[in-house]
Design a protein around this ligand. Structure first.
Ligand SMILES: [Zn+2]
Length: 342
């Protein structure tokens, strides 16, 4: 059973062994709590002759309708054995618990997107208070932060891990190395101009090894995505010798290492020119050339009218595609990324 705690300061993050909690965050406008699951593992295995393990925190359910991360982190909270671990592992499978229960991107309690709520606010609405808890009680205890996402209803991605442009070369190199441990076909370097308040933004700014990832889409569970998420986290623990095992190749059918691509400029995030029905004509993860047809935008109000063809504005890798058929003017239709250095 998980212990319910009402004051984060009452959680003993140094207690040896594995302990499950539900952290109660009181609701903003009615009596009750969002009970956010948390597992803290202080490994019982001696670290051996390596440096002190960095501590790893793993988040699922930052967006409630993205399921691979929630299930991967929940399974890890059961499967990881404190006797086999050295160092600290913190697992939060449903960070925006109210959004997860509702199968929504944002919390229905305050309408806030948890992945725009960082660094949080101890006096804010519930999502800001949860973000503040993460920043205050979790981030400072760990060196590595993993936030497992998928496309939800927003977009289709190829399986990838991700990070933002990192100015510090040492931090950048370690992040790139850890991002490869999930053995996804792509590692994506995103623009940090599209949004602010991200969990990983905050962690990167704190100097952490912070990795995001997209492990599926469409509010389902991709078997392959779940495997990469689950085994990828274990590979991170193996890499830092927090688990005494060799790093494994997750997808033996793909001999190559992950391919690094970057989409750092907003010019490569193409907005939908008008409301319509979006028919994609290219799979995500495909190499495209400037001028290639990426999709057609249909209007049914005047149905004999020709669809609007939308073509690649540049050559590169199609790294994101609008998910739903109904597309609104201004929504990102697709992203074309370019090859990058590992
Ligand atoms: Zn997400």
């Amino acid at each position: 059973m998980a212990t319910v705690v009402y004051k984060p300061s009452s959680i003993d993050f140094e207690k040896p062994g594995k302990h499950h909690y539900q952290v109660g965050f009181h609701l903003d406008s009615s009596w009750g709590y969002s009970l956010v699951p948390l597992t803290v593992i202080n490994g019982l295995r001696e670290p051996g002759k390596v440096d002190r393990p960095p501590g790893v925190a793993v988040f699922g359910g930052t967006h409630g309708n993205e399921w691979e991360g929630q299930v991967a982190v929940k399974r890890l909270s059961q499967d990881l054995d404190a006797a086999e671990i050295s160092g600290l592992v913190i697992l939060m499978p449903q960070l925006s618990e109210s959004a997860c229960v509702a199968n929504q991107r944002v919390s229905p309690l305050d309408g806030v997107n948890m992945n725009r709520a960082f660094p949080g606010n101890a006096r804010g609405t519930i999502s800001y208070r949860i973000a503040d808890f993460v920043k205050t009680f979790v981030f400072r205890r760990v060196g590595v932060i993993l936030d497992l996402h998928s496309g939800g209803n927003e977009a289709v991605f190829p399986l990838c891990t991700s990070f933002h442009p990192i100015p510090d070369p040492e931090q950048r190199a370690e992040i790139a190395e850890v991002a490869c441990l999930f053995d996804t076909p792509f590692v994506m370097i995103y623009s940090n101009q599209m949004a602010s308040g991200l969990l990983t933004d905050e962690a990167e700014a704190d100097g952490k090894v912070a990795i995001g990832g997209e492990f599926g889409f469409a509010e389902g569970i991709s078997r392959k995505g779940l495997l990469h998420a689950y085994e990828g986290v274990k590979n991170v623990l193996r890499h830092y010798m927090m688990l005494s095992e060799e790093v494994v190749k997750i997808d033996p059918s793909r001999p190559s290492r992950p391919r690094f691509i970057k989409a750092e400029n907003l010019e490569d995030y193409i907005p939908c020119p008008k409301d319509g029905v979006w028919e994609p004509t290219v799979e995500v993860g495909t190499d495209v050339k400037k001028g290639d047809l990426i999709g057609r935008l249909h209007e049914f109000s005047d149905y004999p009218m020709q669809a609007t063809e939308v073509r690649a504005h540049r050559s590169g890798v199609l790294s994101t595609m609008h998910f739903s058929a109904i597309s609104k003017k201004g929504a990102t239709l697709f992203v074309i990324a370019e090859e990058s250095q590992p």
